[in-house]
Design a protein around this ligand. Structure first.
Ligand code: CTP
Length: 403
């Protein structure tokens, strides 16, 4: 369920992946595969400890273009200890052991990965994995604080069961968190001045104790837009209907059920945001509730349900939009797409609208691709047919930033 992380717009970027000796070392193979799928070149260094768990050949077979294992390999690779520093955009050490963190903190260069790390001036990220007692040890605590002070970014570790059977902090962060942090390290940082509000997913409008009115929105479009903004450096607040997308720890996720709850949460957050993108498939109407208990069918041959209006979140945010705020809306249409979208752009006071024909195969609710028309305040209109939702998400921000 992590399709919202399938960005493949990183061609030409390179990550150097350092792997240390830990039971979690095998997970770095999956990470390599994920980065390759995103179009990123990956070079790898295995420490001696890592080679006890896993072989360089596996990384080569999965597409690493260069794997280093020893400090003094051959005459034609005399400067292997400097190469990642000259060519990679970011260095990730996954898993990072206590001893690697100590080597880095003290500037040791007595084996290949420490040497490459010392000679690396770019962004460095570490995903520690170790026993909780080692993580809590004063020496490790001090080493981590030195590294953090020098700008090394830590991904995890998490709390949980560790390989030796202990429980506590020291378990390597989940792969999606490491993968997302790696993408962010090589992505453009062109949204770091933005605090973005995203609404996503369906809403559920309760009728009785066991029934509700809703729609089949998966929330994937919104989740992809939230991730694209986060990758590009934005602070992100998501107001999510009842769907369950993974987000990095520093994305604020407010979970709601009904349109009224989504409205209340969005109104609370909007004043501190400068950008909004409302993708949620909000129920325009809610059934007038039957009452507290369960509606019983006994003695009835039909059922009439009365509906009342829900607030229009997008229109309300548009009506209080300040000069320093930009607002993007979506339009789910089955006919007269451009006309309907232009009407919504004006009526809801938007800067941009993304209209999708929800009745086409491979578009709209539940699909991982979408076909959209984009219209903006400046009068530009574009058609982006049949693209992955992650690609559309990326282009939406490109388009808005061009304004
Ligand atoms: N929207 C909203 N609150 C609502 C209804 C819609 O915030 N109560 C937002 C959606 O998130 C989307 C945009 O408004 O960004 C357009 O939604 P859409 O369903 O296409 O249009 P409506 O304005 O509801 O009009 P209609 O259903 O009649 O086409």
């Amino acid at each position: 369920m992590n399709e919202h992380l399938n960005f493949d717009c990183f061609l030409g970027k390179r990550i150097h992946l350092g792997v240390c000796g830990s039971v979690a070392a095998y997970k770095s193979l999956d990470l390599l595969r994920m980065f390759r799928k995103a179009g990123i070149e990956v070079s790898v260094t295995l420490t001696d400890g890592a080679q006890e768990f896993i072989k360089g050949l596996s990384f080569e077979a999965l597409g690493a273009f260069k794997v280093w294992e020893r400090m003094f390999p051959t005459l034609d690779d005399t400067f292997g200890h400097l190469e990642p520093g000259q060519a990679a955009d970011a260095m990730l050490i996954v898993p990072a052991t206590a001893s690697m963190l100590a080597r880095m903190a003290h500037g040791l260069a007595d084996e290949m990965l420490s040497c490459q790390s010392l000679a690396f001036r770019g962004r460095k990220l570490v995903a520690p994995a170790m026993n909780p007692a080692m993580w809590d040890a004063p020496a490790t605590v001090d080493n981590c604080s030195v590294l953090a002070g020098r700008g090394v970014e830590f991904i995890g570790p998490d709390c949980g069961d560790v390989a030796c059977g202990d429980h506590g902090k020291g378990r390597m962060a989940p792969l999606e968190a490491i993968y997302a942090a790696g993408l962010r390290a090589v992505a453009p940082d062109d949204m770091s001045d933005r605090h973005v509000l995203i609404t996503l997913g369906p809403t559920r409008e309760k009728w009785d104790a066991v029934r509700f009115w809703s729609n089949p929105s998966s929330g994937m479009m919104g989740a992809s837009i939230a991730m694209a903004a986060w990758l590009r450096g934005a602070k992100v607040t998501v107001v999510s209907g009842p769907v369950n997308w993974w987000f990095p720890d520093d994305v604020e996720v407010i979970r709601v059920d009904s349109a009224q709850q989504m409205f209340d949460a969005s109104m609370d957050v909007w004043p501190v945001c400068n950008t909004g993108c409302l993708t949620a498939a909000v129920a325009d109407f809610k059934p007038v509730p039957h009452g507290e208990g369960k509606f019983k069918k006994e003695g009835r041959s039909s059922l009439g349900v009365e509906f009342e209006c829900n607030p229009d979140i997008l229109k309300t945010l548009g009506s209080i939009k300040r000069e320093d705020q930009q607002l993007i809306g979506f339009a789910a249409e089955t006919s007269n797409i451009m006309e309907a979208a232009r009407g919504k752009l004006e009526r809801k006071n938007l800067d941009m609208i993304v209209a999708n024909p929800v009745n086409l195969p491979g578009a709209g609710f539940g699909a991982s691709t979408n076909s959209v028309y984009v219209l903006d305040r400046a009068g530009r209109s574009e058609e982006w047919p049949n693209l992955p939702k992650t690609e559309i998400a990326w282009r939406i921000w490109d388009h808005l930033l061009l304004n």
